[in-house]
Each structure stands twice: as structure tokens, then as C-alpha cells.
Design a protein around this ligand. Structure first.
Ligand SMILES: Nc1ncnc2c1ncn2[C@@H]1O[C@H](COP(=O)(O)OP(=O)(O)O)[C@@H](O)[C@H]1O
Ligand SMILES: [Mg+2]
Length: 341
């Protein structure tokens, strides 16, 4: 009784703790926070760290900080690299969403990368609790993505979901609300950015930072030729002379630069299909492969996977928020959660 009264006032929330972006969904209000998973820390002379900025302003500092400030991504490679900073970030987002209402502690669903270890799970749970959660549920990313993409996951038929995030790509086959097969590779949007920076360095003797590389990817990135070529000017530092210089980069070059990461992702999908039980494969043939995550927005990524597998590929509506929306639905329809806790 008491807890149902509390439930009326508290803001139950779902959090997608992604390697690139953290999103918060509040029951009845939708997605209320969508920020880069970046924290800027200031170090004093005694070696203590202080959180200077979180989210968008912290991302703007990446690669641009004076020596006493450090902008970090606490979840960089799909694992929680720094517990303390992850907790600070989680607390910041929760407090911002909760505002003054924080005296009532909410129930919270936190979506964690698949393959998170027990130790990491405990750390996330404790962070959420210490940031004010009354009850914490953890949900695994492929399940949340599938719910968010509106897949009928409680049915016996098989669904394949491919989530291309910042640090990882997760391929999962889901049936009857469970993960039948899954595979995670440490290749995602970050690696595409690295590949672009390396290519421009090799090909044009130009040094560019990760934010510029990402901007080139968003503007010109493509996984397969679509009959058109676009170009843009990219600023960087000349490797030989050390001066700033501008070069023109084409979408054909970017496609070439992205060949390796795209190939690795396509290969992970193909080998996952080979390891999926035949009955489920035939369901996937009927329904197609569903893609979520920011990387699924890379132009013609769907075509590249479709060509390699011969299967239809569908990018989920609003792929960047599928996971948090799925986690939010799990909060509203608790039977989904019973399965994961
Ligand atoms: N239009 C786009 N084309 C290619 N990549 C994109 C696009 N939009 C976002 N991304 C990439 O998607 C990644 C973030 O995806 P996201 O699903 O938020 O990751 P995570 O779940 O790991 O936080 C970043 O690497 C970003 O550069
Ligand atoms: Mg994600």
C-alpha cells in the first residue's frame, strides 16, 4: 500500500547507459534527457578529481582540454572502464531529471550492454541506488532494443536484432523473451571514426581529431555506393609541416575508409545467422533483420548487410532511442522485467 502511494508521486525512469549516449525516459513524459556519455574532470594538485561538466558541454571539451582537465568516456569500449565516473554521470542525469521531486525515490530500469559482468552489474545497481533509486532493475540491451523496435519478442518465433552503438555492435536472436544467441564485437561508431582519421592521415598527411572524424562520418559516411558522390572540406594539421591545412574529402574515400569496420559488422551478422537454429532462421527470413543504434544510420549500412545475407534489413524507427524506449516500456509492462531479474 505504502509503496503504491509512493509510486504515484515518484518519477519512474528508464536509462540507456550507452557507450556514446545516455538517454533517460520518464514514465508518462517520454525521453527527457539525451546526452553524450562524457564527463569532464578537473584534477587539483593533490590528485583529487572534481566533475566539471557532464554530457554535451563535456563532449565539446574532448581533445580540447588544458592539462588539468580531462574529458573522459567512462564506458568507452562497451564495458564500464571507470566505475566512479560512471556513477557520477548517472547521478548527474538522474538528479537533473528528478529536479526538486527527488525526495520521492523512483523505480529505475537501467539498460546495460550485453555481456556486462556481475561485478559491473553490481556497480551500476549501487550507483543507481546511491543516486536515489528505490528499486533498480537491469535489462539487457538486445532485449530492450527489441522491445523498443516493437518486435513480438514474447512469441516463439525468432527475431534478429543488430544494434550498432559507439563502442560495440551486438547481434542477438530473440525468441520467447529470451536471448537464444548473441554475439558482441568491439566494433561500432567509434571505430568508424578512427578508421576515417587514419585514412585521412595516410592518404592526405593530415591529422584530424575524433570529433572532426565523426563529423565527416555523419556528413559523408556510407557503407555501399549509391550512385552519387558528395564532398566536404576538412581542416586539420599537416603532418609534415605542422601547419593547419584544408583538404577536400569525398564520400567515395570515406566509404573506402570504412570498409574494414563495415566488413567486420557484416561478418558478425553473417556468422550469427550460421549459428542460429534453422527454425529461427526461417522466421528471420520472413521478418527481416532489424537494426537499431546510431551506427544503423550510416548510409546504406542496411544495404550492405542485406547484400551479404540475402535477407531484408529494416532500420528501426528512431534507432538512437529504441533502447531507452524499450526499457521504458519494460517499466510500464513489468512482465518483461520479471524475465531479466
Ligand atoms: N547518421 C549517422 N550516421 C552514422 N553514424 C551515426 C549517425 N548518427 C549517429 N551515429 C553514430 O552512432 C554512434 C552512437 O550510437 P548509440 O546507439 O547512441 O551508441 P551507444 O548505445 O553505444 O551509446 C556514434 O558513434 C555516432 O557517431
Ligand atoms: Mg546503445
Amino acid at each position: 500500500m505504502f509503496s503504491s502511494v509512493l509510486g504515484l508521486f515518484s518519477q519512474d525512469m528508464a536509462i540507456d547507459l550507452g557507450t556514446a549516449n545516455t538517454l533517460v525516459y520518464v514514465k508518462g513524459r517520454g525521453v527527457v534527457c539525451n546526452e553524450p556519455s562524457v564527463v569532464a574532470l578537473q584534477h587539483d594538485r593533490k590528485g583529487n578529481k572534481k566533475v566539471l561538466a557532464v554530457g554535451t558541454p563535456a563532449k565539446a571539451m574532448l581533445g580540447r582540454c588544458p592539462s588539468d582537465i580531462q574529458a573522459v568516456r567512462p564506458l568507452k569500449d562497451g564495458v564500464i572502464a571507470d566505475f566512479e565516473v560512471t556513477e557520477a554521470m548517472l547521478r548527474y542525469f538522474i538528479e537533473r531529471v528528478n529536479g526538486r521531486r527527488s525526495f520521492v525515490s523512483p523505480r529505475m530500469v537501467v539498460c546495460i550492454p550485453y555481456g556486462t559482468t556481475e561485478v559491473e552489474k553490481r556497480a551500476v545497481r549501487e550507483s543507481a541506488e546511491s543516486a536515489g533509486a528505490r528499486q533498480v532493475y537491469l535489462i539487457e540491451e538486445p532485449i530492450a532494443a527489441a522491445i523498443g523496435a516493437d518486435l513480438p519478442i514474447t512469441e516463439p518465433s525468432g527475431n534478429m536484432i543488430v544494434d550498432i552503438g559507439g563502442g560495440t555492435t551486438e547481434v542477438a536472436v530473440i525468441a520467447m523473451s529470451g536471448i537464444v544467441y548473441s554475439r558482441s564485437i568491439k566494433v561500432g561508431g567509434d571505430h568508424m571514426d578512427d578508421a576515417i582519421a587514419q585514412y585521412i592521415r595516410r592518404r592526405h598527411d593530415l591529422l584530424i581529431g575524433p570529433r572532426t572524424a565523426e563529423a565527416v562520418k555523419l556528413r559523408l559516411g556510407n557503407a555501399a555506393y549509391d550512385g552519387t558522390t558528395a564532398e566536404m572540406q576538412v581542416k586539420g594539421r599537416d603532418l609534415v609541416r605542422g601547419f593547419p591545412r584544408v583538404v577536400t574529402i569525398t564520400s567515395d574515400e570515406v566509404r573506402e575508409a570504412l570498409e574494414e569496420p563495415v566488413h567486420l559488422i557484416v561478418d558478425a551478422v553473417r556468422s550469427s545467422l550460421e549459428r542460429t537454429p534453422p527454425e529461427l532462421v526461417s522466421d528471420i527470413v520472413d521478418r527481416g533483420i532489424i537494426m537499431t543504434g546510431g551506427g544503423s544510420l550510416l548510409r546504406r549500412m542496411d544495404t550492405a548487410i542485406s547484400q551479404a545475407t540475402g535477407l531484408p534489413v529494416i532500420v528501426a524507427e528512431d534507432p538512437l532511442s529504441a533502447v531507452v524506449k524499450g526499457s521504458g516500456r519494460a517499466l510500464e509492462e513489468m512482465q518483461y522485467l520479471a524475465l531479466t531479474n
